[in-house]
Design a protein around this ligand. Structure first.
Ligand code: NAD
Ligand code: TYD
Length: 351
């Protein structure tokens, strides 16, 4: 039986990945290591936690003795590393948390893996680092990010992810660690913490709260349904060439205001409310500091070399996503209970 370590498996993308892996590969043991920050929630995995090939370990990736203990205990054949601080707005208010987890934590995992895998053949093991398109910086009105676009991160979040990508490549070139990296565009779907645009807007529509749109809402993101990212991770983990990077994107460029208006229309219809009622909640607020204008991905390398393509259209994905949040109101209420407040609520309440 093979054993893989998935870090950050209780978060948004990680929980979709763990669910996919434990069901599709019953002969593989999946160890989910997660610190359970505000963004990690074991409730996201309730439906698969009973499976015999699933194990949860609570812990912090910056803890070297914990990580080496886990490598000794499980003798991992692979690592898929997703654990990270992931929200740009939080990186603006608390940058050091991002440096610690995203940079030091990744370095720590690499270091332990290098040591633990010294005697293993290169083809036997693999360290897969899941990263973001934000490392490439911000595009003007035209052009796409390719795997050779120079890195130009502009927020503490993207700078910390860029640093981690560089460390992963350095461990490959210097020590021969068998690594593979992917850089993906914005994901959306169920189980995403409602501080990110799409779940936040649905949550606020449901509760008749203002829908904060930063600046003029003209910033563009390239949206990918989370299930299609999970499929890409599966393909890259199994078929990707060691040392290579693959860009993953949905070819769905949308301005933020388009997304918000579409969510308003879908939610009004599904909630049986009068058309146009959600749109009245749209509130243009002060822009994010250093707000990147446009991200857009060229995923042709992954499509041509490894045969991946997105399977869910943007329209289908948005319908599925609104349905998920409206049908999982209790999940939304629980993860937003306690002292959670959105970035803008915190700013306005002076917290
Ligand atoms: P998320 O914030 O929903 O989940 C992150 C998970 O990591 C949480 O479960 C959290 O508890 C855990 N974690 C945080 N710090 C930890 C630590 N120090 N030790 C152990 N666990 C820790 O994030 P996500 O949106 O699921 O993103 C997962 C990965 O994918 C990240 O590396 C992110 O950079 C990358 N990514 C995300 C997107 C996106 O649109 N969400 C796009 C491209 C790449
Ligand atoms: P977000 O979901 O935070 O992802 P990222 O910053 O990693 O792309 O934000 C997506 C876009 O939506 C981004 O341009 C910022 C914008 N945004 C708003 O306009 N209002 C909001 O309340 C949030 C959270 C984001």
């Amino acid at each position: 039986m093979k054993t893989i370590l998935i870090t950050g498996g209780a978060g948004f993308i990680g929980s979709h990945l763990v669910r996919h892996w434990v069901q599709k590969y019953p002969e593989t043991k999946v160890v989910n290591l997660d610190k359970l920050t505000y963004a990690g929630n074991l409730e996201n995995l309730k439906d698969v936690e009973h499976l015999p090939n699933y194990v949860f370990e609570k812990g912090d990736i910056i803890d070297a003795s914990l990580i080496s203990g886990l490598f000794e205990k499980y003798n991992f054949d692979g690592v898929i590393h997703l654990a990270a601080e992931s929200h740009v707005d939080r990186s603006i208010s608390s940058p050091l948390d991002f440096i610690k987890t995203n940079i030091v934590g990744t370095a720590n995992l690499l270091n332990v893996a290098r040591d633990a895998w010294k005697e293993r053949a290169t083809g036997d093991v693999r360290f897969y680092h899941v990263s973001t398109d934000e490392v490439y910086g911000s595009l003007g009105a035209t052009g796409l990010f390719s795997e050779t676009t120079p890195y130009s991160p502009r927020s503490p979040y993207s700078a910390s992810k860029a640093s981690s990508d560089h460390l992963v490549r350095a461990y490959h070139h210097t020590y021969g660690l068998p690594v593979v990296i992917s850089n993906c565009s914005n994901n959306y779907g169920g189980y995403q913490f409602p501080e990110k645009l799409i779940p936040l807007i649905i949550h606020n529509i449901r509760n008749n709260k203002p829908l904060p749109v930063y600046g003029k809402g003209e910033n563009v993101r390239d949206w990918l349904y989370v299930g299609d990212h999970v499929q890409a991770i599966d393909i890259i983990f199994h078929k990707g060439t060691i040392g290579e990077t693959y860009n993953v994107g949905g070819n769905n460029e949308k301005q933020n205001i388009e997304i918000v208006r579409l969510l308003c229309r879908i939610a009004d219809r599904k909630l049986g409310r009068e058309e146009g009622s959600a749109e009245r909640l749209i509130t243009f607020v002060k822009d994010r500091a250093g707000h990147d204008l446009r991200y857009a991905i060229d995923s042709s390398k992954l499509q041509h070399e490894l045969g991946w393509k997105p399977s869910v259209t943007f329209e289908q994905g948005m319908e599925l996503t609104v349905d998920w949040y409206l049908n999982n109101g209790e999940w939304l209420s629980r993860v937003t209970s306690g002292d959670y407040q959105s970035y803008y609520e915190q700013m306005y309440s002076g917290r």
